[in-house]
Design a protein around this ligand. Structure first.
Ligand code: URA
Ligand code: SF4
Length: 225
């Protein structure tokens, strides 16, 4: 790892992960408070604030995105910008109430590069996804969802490693053997917003809705079993 990317603490200790900032607790409020001081990777330096997950405490469904966007970075809440509006629409079409879901991101700080007056989204590196993973693990422990939906390549990578391909493997249940949550990967709403033409946008959106309908169906079956 290049030296510049390793944060040197005042104590002289090298920090490359959030692990040392994560308290042992199932209280989301305590986790959120601790995350606001995380310096587990270099991304905290240029972002406005930590954007922690939000939603129902014992939600059966956890949605995981990539990282906060420009608006989320300013507001301090996940999925409140354009991608969040699309997510709201698609959840509604799939019959899932966002109020009953816990929504978070694989990486909790906004990574960006300046482009004129704008702050341009920049994809988190594997080391940043790995550094932030302890927060995601703590959220999963605290919320205890039955189903996790990874939206986009970054979230999928956090759970399934860098070889996972959304285009080939989305919309399929990934059972992980233990009694833990089932996992399904699908598109990130921003991928739909970025689609090159109306036809592909329409197709991606329909596939996104279909994947979330699978999720709704499973949650319903779970509830009745
Ligand atoms: N994109 C994400 O991945 N997460 C957000 O919170 C907003 C946009
Ligand atoms: Fe900590 Fe994650 Fe922010 Fe890095 S991105 S400083 S690991 S909260």
């Amino acid at each position: 790892m290049p030296l510049a990317l390793i944060l040197l603490h005042s104590s002289g200790m090298i920090t490359t992960s959030a692990a040392e900032f994560v308290p042992t607790t199932h209280s989301l409020a305590k986790l959120r408070a601790a995350a606001s001081h995380c310096e587990g990777c270099e991304l905290f330096r240029r972002a406005t604030q930590t954007v922690f997950g939000e939603g129902k405490r014992l939600a059966t469904l956890m949605l995981v995105g990539e990282q906060p966007g420009d608006q989320e970075d300013r507001d301090g809440h996940p999925f409140v910008g354009p991608a969040g509006r699309l997510l709201d629409e698609v959840l509604q079409e799939a019959g899932i109430d966002r109020q009953k879901v816990y929504v978070t991101n694989a990486v909790k700080h906004f990574k960006w590069i300046p482009r004129g007056k704008r702050r341009l989204h920049s994809k988190p590196a594997s080391r940043e996804i790995n550094a932030c993973r302890p927060w995601l693990d703590a959220e999963i422990e605290a919320v205890g969802p039955r189903v996790i939906v990874a939206m986009g390549a970054t979230a999928a990578q956090a759970f399934l490693g860098p070889k996972f391909r959304i285009t080939r493997e989305r919309g399929q249940w990934i059972e992980r053997g233990d009694d833990g949550p089932a996992l399904l990967a699908t598109y990130h709403p921003s991928a739909i917003l970025r689609a090159p033409d109306p036809e592909s946008r329409h197709r991606l959106r329909a596939e996104f809705v279909a994947d979330l309908k699978l999720v709704a169906k499973r949650l319903k079956a779970d509830k009745n079993s």
